[in-house]
Design a protein around this ligand. Structure first.
Ligand code: PGA
Length: 249
């Protein structure tokens, strides 16, 4: 299991073949020695997975998908992609449980099936968890996170192929971020839940939600965080590089 700092670029429903050119600088920089400690994972839309795999082939950058269907075998699921297809195209990761997909109907049970399918195909999972504003205001964060973890990881015995992404929903794309003290408290809380459930197994937790090239200076102070899941700011290579450089320097 790597001790590197994760920088996961979630491109969401953005990007075309032209925007693929912009990652050239990231690829070149990633080959430099000072980037050795950074684990860069690009998660473009499905339409660009193949191109990203080809383009990043001779670099240390890895590619992931943004979601998958829970069924492993091919079948009549219009518009869906299985973890097996993602694996075969050469991607190594898949984001599962992103709040934007939970909003589209992904329940904890569905997410659990997706995680099982991804792991059975030897993909690593970026498992998103997080509370919304109402839950936060009602002091339900702890309960929500515990439920997402317990139900999402039912039947999962090992977490070496899972990266936990703590993404408070109210922080995603809003520019709002909790204080470092509060964030550290939540990360330790998640670690505690994982320790109870998975005993001595090592866990890796990244933070996501409005991470940018300015607030990274502050966020990187939290040593309990193993990296960042970056949405909007990752689509601009200069900003993404800035985030990486400011964290590892
Ligand atoms: P954001 O998105 O960085 O634009 O807030 C993060 C995410 O949704 O993964």
């Amino acid at each position: 299991m790597t001790n590197k700092i994760f920088f996961i670029a979630n491109w969401k429903m953005f990007g075309d073949l032209k925007s693929l050119k912009s990652i050239k600088r990231v690829i070149n920089l990633s080959k430099k020695k000072k980037f050795l400690n950074a684990k860069i994972i690009y998660c473009p839309p499905y339409t660009l997975l193949n191109s990203f795999v080809i383009k990043t082939k001779k670099s240390r950058i890895t590619v992931g998908a943004q979601n998958c269907h829970h069924k492993i075998d091919p079948g009549p699921y219009t518009g869906s992609i299985s973890s097996n297809m993602i694996k075969k195209i050469g991607a190594k990761y898949v984001i599962i449980g992103h709040s934007e997909n939970r909003l589209n109907g992904d329940t904890n049970e569905e997410i659990n099936k997706k995680i099982q399918s991804a792991i059975s195909n030897n993909l690593s999972v970026i498992f998103c968890i997080g509370e919304n504003m109402t839950e936060k205001k009602n002091k339900k964060t702890n309960l929500v996170l515990r439920n997402q973890i317990n139900l999402g990881l039912r039947k999962i015995k090992k977490i070496d192929k899972i990266i936990f992404a703590y993404e408070p929903i109210w922080s995603i794309g809003t520019g709002k971020i909790m204080s470092n003290n509060e964030l550290k408290k939540q990360i330790l809380n998640i670690k505690n839940i994982l320790k109870n459930k998975f005993k001595k197994q090592k866990n890796r937790i990244v933070y996501g939600g409005s991470v940018n090239d300015k607030n990274i200076i502050n966020l990187k102070q939290i040593k309990e965080i193993n990296g960042f899941l970056v949405g909007g700011a990752s689509q601009n290579s200069n900003k993404f590089i800035d985030i990486i450089e400011k964290t590892i320097n």
